[in-house]
Design a protein. Sequence first.
Length: 141
Amino acid sequence: MVQTFIKEVTSTDEGMKAFQQERLLLEAALLVRHILKEKGISKADLAKRIGKSKAYVTQLLDGSVNMTLRTLSDVLNALGYSLRLSSSPLTLTAHAPESRKPTSMVIVYDCPRSQEPDDFERPDKTFPDPLGGRDPLRMAI
């Protein structure tokens, strides 16, 4: 049923555009939540680090507020992380679930600001899949 709904929504250009926007916001929120949990940082502590209220952080993480790339960068910077993005063709989304590959996000863990730029080209760790291997198209909406 969820798969049928997603196929219906993504069958138009406008629907696919909206779906991809929401997918990206979900992945970003899951990424931040994972880091908070991994490092034992509360939303209140994150709010202090970025100079915002706890309510604002909660809204960011539940999708009530649009998380811009600048905001995501500020949040990750406050947590000691850096984000690298990658892309994949739209054919690897709801239109072809059997061939879909996960998107990749590389996080450079706790980068000291004194490192040379070349050091960032070879991160020591990659960020684990924020969805834990679950297919975002099969998750309950």
